[in-house]
Design a protein around this ligand. Structure first.
Ligand SMILES: [Zn+2]
Length: 209
């Protein structure tokens, strides 16, 4: 089975789909944000470097991200397929990721989970977390659907301005990668505005899984 590069706007549900596919087919998931956070806790040269960069609030440079991906790939079973979530985010990163995969003898397909800006904005501004039971849910109401607690928090960067900014960055840096993969015949695209199970079904059909 080939690796999958998942691409989509925040809120498109690709993280959820990654987990479903991992469970069904044994994909290993490389999620960039989580990988950076866990490596920053390690007592190693790379761990200390990442911790220093993120503590300063700087963006982690592409070479460092690639070192982390390479490290991840050398630790997993070589035959396990991998889902990449949150990478690549730019043309520079696409080129280096593809080069790394080629060096490791790995093949990939790109999977786009489509979402309109309007729907992304709506989903992200509804994103909430219950501080009592830990449930994540989407609602305008500050009441947990699981435990009815009203101790609800929302992410500070989920304001309409910040969301719009992230959508603009997606359009500018990430969306152009799609046409490259389409030209290479590697792109599969599904409609992320359907129910979770329907999206999964569409993915399985289009990937021939
Ligand atoms: Zn709750």
């Amino acid at each position: 089975m080939t690796d999958l590069i998942l691409i989509g706007k925040q809120g498109c549900g690709k993280g959820t789909q990654a987990k479903i596919l991992a469970e069904k087919f044994g994909f290993e998931i490389f999620e960039t944000g989580g990988a950076l956070r866990s490596i920053a806790k390690e007592d190693s040269d790379l761990g200390r470097e990442v911790l220093a960069i993120t503590t300063r609030g700087d963006l982690v440079p592409n070479e460092v991200v690639m070192k982390i991906v390479s490290d991840f790939l050398s630790k997993i079973n070589a035959v396990s397929p991998v889902i990449f979530d949150g990478i690549p985010r730019s043309e520079e990163q696409r080129i280096s990721l593809e080069k790394l995969l080629e060096e490791k003898g790995r093949e990939f397909r790109a999977l786009e989970v489509r979402l309109s800006d309007k729907e992304a904005l709506e989903r992200l501004s509804m994103r909430a977390k219950c501080e009592d039971c830990g449930a994540n849910f989407g609602s305008k109401e500050d009441v947990c659907p699981k435990c009815e607690s009203t101790n609800i928090s929302r992410r500070a960067d989920d304001t309409p301005e910040a969301i719009t900014k992230r959508l603009e960055n997606f359009k500018k840096f990430t969306a152009p990668l799609l046409s490259v993969w389409e030209a290479q015949g590697k792109l599969v695209s599904v409609d992320g505005e359907q129910d979770i199970e329907v999206v999964t079904q569409e993915i399985l059909e289009k990937l021939g899984l």
